[in-house]
Design a protein around this ligand. Structure first.
Ligand code: SF4
Length: 585
């Protein structure tokens, strides 16, 4: 049996109905339209350029291949890719993305359409390389970090583990309080996923923004690179000329980094310090292979400010910065908005694709409405799904606490789940090979009323099981939603004689409330999603053990038993044992 996570296993079955990605462009890995939505008329054209058009000045072409100068030693994944070298990290990405070969990963990196954020220091630690780009599956990022009023290193490492448990592909440490250095160090050491930071936050600890200078910036970046940070968000695209447009906005600048650098520019009467020293920053980041996540300091903070002159002016600057970083051999991704009405999302994604020559787009949401604080994981996941379908490669999660407070552990879970839904939905729509197999397997289990398989395949198995068992026994051929007589799936099963490994005699005549709800299950239901992971699993384990289902499938599952008679005997035993268990509690 393939031991890899389901999302990393190759496609095994062909669909009998619609094909995944029926309405998307052909996969075309190696081209600029890899896994893309068809362009609505009026969308910006593709760029005719890639990272190959922005090579270092001292590289030359010989016999159709680029050559580095004598004595050059490649460091970054981009430099290796340009020289045709397939690194172990590219091989690992291809293992994790079975629809891609290592050579395709290398070629996408060389074109600038894919990044593998993998600082050499973190690589020597626990980092498991992952790719961000249109040809790969859509990734999600979870933000965390101590604030001056809440949390500390231990809590942040717990949040990191929680975020990884719930599917975060990368994590950003956005700490602005407590011991920033210790928190960052602890998170990097504990993380198998790439870690990103916004280094300006630590640059202004114990100094005012006005005091920021070149030496301070480079010293801080060097320190964080030495710690192993895999990608830096640097808001170098905010320019003095853009600030005039900000005055027209409803909510001005909502990026911390963007607002701080705007203040610095106004105080000094100079251009953005980060753009002034961009080449120095590139040289430093190259030494460790830290990837750029070029920040969107002027992202809209409300629907009314979306796609305005300030945002688009900054986007042009991000394109120039991308070209300069590529000339230094540094990997680049670009950050994007923010709050965007649903109808503007495709335009925003495709404009970025044009201006930044296909560099991976990393978007925050976007939120598609502003009036649901407390539910912004939902408002933004809707926008994120559209963004991923139309061009984004990584989705930065939003939690229910967005705009309201520092996320706690359960907020992290809710944000991760919402964004896994967005990313997976987009991957299915784009036709990423294998993405829909998971949906199809669960549909088969649902059609067979095979609850154990249904729970096993659910992204959050324990919650699915607890929700079901709150009302009904585990092996009824219907659930409490419609009841026996109205269960369309059961009726359909009767009609088609679907083989589920169960005998028809086990379809109860009428719905009944479960006798089997154990104290542990009750506790799961009462504390939905706020239990510690180990506690949740301990409870679920007890429940599974009591039902004889602790090996991934019910013992009566058709994969485990010879025939319906044997399945029937096992079920009778399990139910008898369960009733004994319930009585004794
Ligand atoms: S009772 Fe309704 S919701 Fe439950 S399995 Fe049957 S059709 Fe689906």
């Amino acid at each position: 049996m393939d031991q890899r996570p389901r999302s990393e296993q190759p496609s095994r079955r062909r669909s009998q109905g619609t094909n995944p990605g029926s309405f998307a462009n052909r996969a075309d890995v190696g081209g600029p339209r890899a896994f893309s939505s068809p362009d609505t008329p009026g969308m910006p054209e593709l760029s005719s350029k890639t990272a190959w058009d922005f090579m270092p000045d001292d590289w030359t072409i010989k016999d159709g291949s680029w050559r580095a100068p004598e004595g050059f030693v490649p460091i970054t994944q981009l430099e290796h890719a340009r020289l045709g070298i397939t690194t172990p990290e590219m091989e690992r990405v291809a293992q994790r993305e079975p629809h891609l070969t290592a050579d395709q990963v290398r070629d996408e990196i060389a074109a600038g359409r894919m990044v593998v954020p993998a600082n050499k220091v973190h690589l020597a630690g626990r980092l498991d390389p992952t790719a961000i780009g249109r040809a790969s599956r859509t990734k999600i990022n979870a933000n965390m970090g101590a604030s001056p009023v809440s949390s500390g290193s231990r809590e942040e490492v717990e949040k990191l583990e929680w975020a990884l448990r719930w599917g975060a592909d990368t994590v950003m440490d956005l700490s602005t309080g407590g011991d920033l250095d210790a928190t960052r160090d602890a998170i990097i050491k504990a993380s198998t996923a790439p870690i990103g930071t916004v280094p300006i936050y630590s640059m202004i600890i114990s100094r005012s923004i006005e005091e920021l200078d070149r030496e301070c910036v480079l010293e801080c970046l060097e320190h964080q690179a030495q710690q192993g940070v895999d990608y830096f968000t640097i808001h170098a695209g905010v320019r003095r000329a853009h600030l005039d447009h900000v005055a027209q906005r409803l909510i001005g600048i909502v990026s911390r980094g963007g607002s701080l650098l705007a203040k610095w520019m106004l105080h000094h009467g100079r251009e953005n310090l980060m753009s002034e020293i961009w080449d120095d920053i590139c040289r430093l980041m190259r030494r460790y292979d830290v990837t750029f996540s070029i920040g969107d300091g002027l992202r809209p903070g409300g629907l009314a400010d979306a796609t305005d002159d300030a945002q688009l002016g900054e986007l042009s600057a991000l394109g120039e910065l991308t070209e300069r970083a590529w000339r230094h051999g540094v990997q680049v991704m670009i950050e994007g908005p923010g709050h965007v009405p649903f109808d503007q999302i495709e335009y925003n994604m495709k404009l970025q694709r044009q201006i930044c020559h296909g560099a991976p787009f990393y978007v925050l949401g976007p939120l598609v409405t502003d009036v649901f604080p407390g539910y912004d994981h939902i408002t933004s996941a809707i926008g994120a799904t559209a963004a991923a379908y139309h061009g984004a490669s990584m989705l930065c999660y939003v939690t229910p606490k967005e705009h309201l407070g520092l996320p706690k552990r359960d907020d992290v879970k809710q944000g991760c789940v919402a964004y896994r839904i967005a990313a997976h939905s987009a991957d299915v729509a784009l036709g990423i090979p294998g993405a829909r197999d998971w949906d199809d397997e669960l549909t088969r289990a649902r059609a067979a009323l095979n609850w154990e398989k249904h729970f096993e395949l659910a992204f959050d198995s324990d919650t699915a099981r607890a929700f079901h068992d709150e009302d009904m026994d585990v092996d009824t051929d219907f659930c409490a939603m419609c009841g026996h007589d109205w269960c369309a799936v059961r009726i359909s099963k009767e009609i088609s004689l679907f083989v589920s490994g169960k005998d028809e005699r086990y379809a109860w005549d009428k719905p009944r409330v479960s006798d089997a709800l154990s104290p542990e299950q009750k506790q799961i239901l009462e504390q939905r999603a706020v239990l510690a992971p180990e506690e949740l699993h301990r409870l679920a384990h007890k429940t599974r053990t009591s039902l004889g289902t602790d090996h991934g499938q019910a013992a009566c599952h058709s994969d485990q038993v010879e025939d319906a008679e044997q399945a029937q005997a096992i079920q009778e035993d399990a139910i008898a044992q369960q009733n004994t268990f319930s009585d004794s509690n």
